[in-house]
Write a protein that binds this ligand. Structure first.
Ligand SMILES: *[C@@H]1O[C@H](CO)[C@@H](O)[C@H](O)[C@H]1NC(C)=O
Ligand SMILES: *[C@@H]1O[C@H](CO)[C@@H](O)[C@H](O)[C@H]1NC(C)=O
Length: 428
């Protein structure tokens, strides 16, 4: 018996080896990769509403079989979506801000009723309205009859920089102006907002810092792949080698953005553009440029101000967040699960896989209706059309809960840890 097994193993036909490998891979995939996402939310009206009205929350997330590793998801999602999403013919509006700066607002309202709901979308670090993940969301909204407007940050989307000022994650002044402007144009329409990655930080900071203004204008909000704890996120993206390659790619794209603008070069400025353009990581760039540009003492004070994980209790707009547990920009232990469970308005959906703005699913993910877009359109069509006023009533109950909980100020741990990223096992 043993000798026969030995003989078999030593003369294993090649296709047997292949089949054994494939079966092993399949078992691993089914047990370790396909998981039902976790929903971190307080036990209250928001949870009840989401569980009842957003069917995708109950389903397992099936990452693409041959591409579930986090960096692979991040990169392939971008490549595949770039190839399947045609450019969108937006109507461009150039908005002049209070200080004379200009931003481009790109509207998509084809065949939509002018009274139909509207979502303001904020792209990531150097993204603009033709970025593949933005088009994925814009099309998902368009399919459900919701209008969208993409807010391109200063200096992006092909708009010249009129004043020597760009944008940063901790400053929501521009967003506040844009949201008020959009509201003025659409006084009787329900408005939502979505931020992706750094756009999520800007939106989250807006919701926390301008909480009453936000509550008066926005019906619902969503945040995708945000680096909750910016310090931990920037440490994570510097880990060798694959993470740091992604980081270097983004740092390069930041340098290309600022290099274009002579208006940012001046002896009087606190930064030296020749040094800035040498930046190899996002943190170097923020240390040489962004933190000085916005008057912070150093990059750590900038990151401490930009970070979102300790501000959830200030938010008064129903906010659904999508984060992957394996996001290279976002270690799992930085996702504020406990704070979400104590908050009145924040729910975080955590998938075991998905990478950074990845969330690729299906055998060959050529389907335009991807996970990220499906969650987006299910949530916003429920919240913004709200034909039976259930979302409206839920929001009122959430405000009652907020008044009860806001009397007990939550303890916010100061986490400025420079310790190496802990690889906690995924609690699925
Ligand atoms: C948006 O949807 C409408 C149908 O409701 C369609 O006619 C239009 O082509 C869509 N726009 C884009 C850019 O896909
Ligand atoms: C918070 O909002 C106020 C206005 O309500 C603004 O003056 C202040 O600069 C904001 N702070 C940050 C950090 O954005």
């Amino acid at each position: 018996m043993i000798t026969e097994l030995y003989a078999y193993l030593t003369n294993l036909p090649r296709w047997h080896i292949f089949a054994i490998f494939l079966i092993g891979y399949l078992i691993y995939y089914l047990i370790e990769v396909v998981k039902r996402p976790i929903l971190a939310v307080s036990n209250g009206p928001f949870k009840k509403y989401l569980r009842k009205n957003i069917p995708i929350l109950e389903m397992k997330f099936w990452p693409t079989f041959w591409c579930f590793e986090s960096r692979a998801q991040t990169v392939f999602a971008s490549i595949i979506r770039s190839n399947m999403m045609p450019n969108i013919d937006y109507r461009r509006e150039v908005l002049t801000l209070k200080d004379g700066g200009e931003v481009a607002l790109d509207w998509l309202e084809t065949d939509c009723d002018s009274e139909s709901p509207l979502i303001i979308i904020l792209p990531g670090l150097t993204g603009e309205s033709q970025a593949e993940y933005i088009k994925c969301l814009v099309m998902a909204a368009n399919r459900t009859g919701i209008r969208t407007v993409v807010f391109n940050n200063r200096g992006l989307g092909g708009i010249e920089l009129k004043t020597p000022r760009l944008y940063c994650a901790s400053n929501s002044e521009d967003l506040s102006e844009v949201i008020s402007h959009v509201k003025k144009l659409n006084p009787h329409v329900r408005i939502g907002a979505t931020g992706i990655s750094m756009g999520g930080l800007i939106l989250g900071n807006y919701l926390a810092n301008y909480s009453d203004e936000a509550k008066a204008i926005l019906t619902a909000a969503k945040i995708i792949s945000v680096p909750w704890d910016v310090n931990k996120g920037s440490d994570s993206i510097e880990q060798p080698y694959l993470n740091s390659m992604l980081g270097r790619h983004l740092a390069g794209s930041l340098c290309r953005t600022v290099r274009k603008y002579d208006i940012l070069r001046n002896e009087e400025f606190d930064w030296d553009m020749d040094v800035v353009l040498q930046s190899k990581t996002i943190k170097e760039f923020d240390s040489h440029f962004t933190s000085k540009h916005f008057g912070y003492k150093d990059v750590h004070s900038y990151y401490a101000q930009a970070t979102l994980h300790n501000k959830l209790h200030k938010i008064k707009v129903p906010l659904l967040c999508l984060s992957a547990a394996d996001d290279p920009f976002q270690p799992l232990d930085a996702i504020p699960i406990k704070a979400a469970e104590k908050s009145s308005h924040v729910a975080i959906l955590i998938t075991a896989r998905g990478g950074h703005i990845g969330f690729l699913e299906g055998w060959w993910p050529a389907n335009k209706d991807q996970y990220m877009g499906r969650l987006f359109s299910q949530f916003f069509s429920a919240a913004l059309f709200d034909s039976n006023n259930e979302f409206y009533r839920t929001s009122q109950l959430m405000m009652e809960l907020n008044l009860q909980t806001s009397t007990s100020v939550p303890t916010t741990p100061i986490s400025r840890s420079s310790s190496p990223i802990r690889k906690k096992s995924i609690p699925f």
